[in-house]
Ligand binder design. Sequence first.
Ligand code: MRU
Length: 345
Amino acid sequence: MQPPSETAGTTPMRTTPTDTITWVDGTIELVDQTVLPQQEVVLRITAVSDLVAAIRRLSVRGAPALGVAGAYGVALALATVAPGELDDAIEAIRTARPTAVNLARMTDRVAARVPDGPAAVLAEAHAVREEEITASIDMGTRGADLVEALLGGRDVRAMTICNTGGLAAVRRGTALAVVQTLHERGRLADCLALETRPLLQGARLTAWELGQMGAPHHLVVDSAAPFLLSRGAADVVLAGADRIAANGDTANKVGTFSLALAAQHAGVPLVVVAPESTIDHATPDGAAIPIEDRGPAEVGGFGSSRTAPPDTPALNPAFDVTPAAMIHAIVTDKRVVMTSRGQTP
Ligand code: MRU
C-alpha cells in the first residue's frame, strides 16, 4: 500500500473509521474510489460540477453512497449556486447516473426541503446518511441470519460481484455487510469475489475491503464464476442492487444476470441485499429500468493499458437485470422478501 497522496483538490485520507462520504465544513469529502487500493485519497468537493464529475467517473459509486452524494449535493448547491441556477444544479446531480434509483430519490427528498432553508436541507441530508448507516447494519444481521438458516449451521462459502461494501454505502454496505457479519460471527469459510470487468470494482475495492476486515477470500475472474459454482465452490451468491422494480426484477452490476443463470444451473441460491431505498415501486419491472451505457473506452483496455485496436466499437452496459424468478430472496434493512415463493417487494 502506498502512503496517502496529496494532490490539488484532495486531502489525505483519515484512517479510522473509514467513511465513504462525509460533510465537512460546508464541503463533501469522498474517498476516491478510482485510485484505491494503490492510493488512499479523500477528495474535498466544493462545487456542484465537481460532484457531478466525481459521480460520473465513479469516484463515488454504489447505490446507497450515490444517494448520500445526491443528498449532500443539494446542500452544496444551495450554499454555492445562484438562486436562478439552483434547479439546473439539482437536476445535474440527480441525473449524473441513471440506474441507481437512490441518486435521484435522495436528491429529490432533500430538494423538497429547500423552501425550509439551508439548515433544514443539511439536516435532511444528514438524516439520509444516518439512515444508510443503520440500514447497512440491519441488512448485515438479517442477511446473515437468512444465510445461516439456509445452510443449516454450516460455515458459509459466499460468492459476490462488484463492490457492495462500506465503499458503496457509508459503512459496511449491503451484500458485503452480510459477508462481514458472517465473518464477525465466525461463520465465513470463504468469500469468492468476482473481479468485475471492466472497472474492476471487485478486484480493486472488494478484495481491499475483505483484506481490511481480515475475512478469508479469493479473487476470481468473472468468467470462472459459473464453472466454480458448478463445481460446488460456493454455497450462496450475494449481490447488491441498483434498482429493484415493483415486481422484484433487479438491476445490478453487469454480470449479475450471468451469475444468476449459473447459480440456477448449480442449484445455489442467489440472495439480493439492498436497502428499502433501492426499491422503486414506480418502475413496474426490469424492462423499465434505465441501464447506463458507459461507452466503448472502458471496454477496449484493461486498467490503464489499451488492449483492443484503436476505435474498436464496443458495447458497455454498466448493469444488467436479473428476473425476480431467479432470485431466492431480497433482504432489505426491514424485511426478507421471498421472491422464490412469489413474494414481491
Ligand atoms: O457502477 P457501480 O460501481 O456504481 O455499480 C455498483 C453496483 O452495481 C452495486 O452492486 C450496487 O450499487 C449495490 S451497492 C451496495
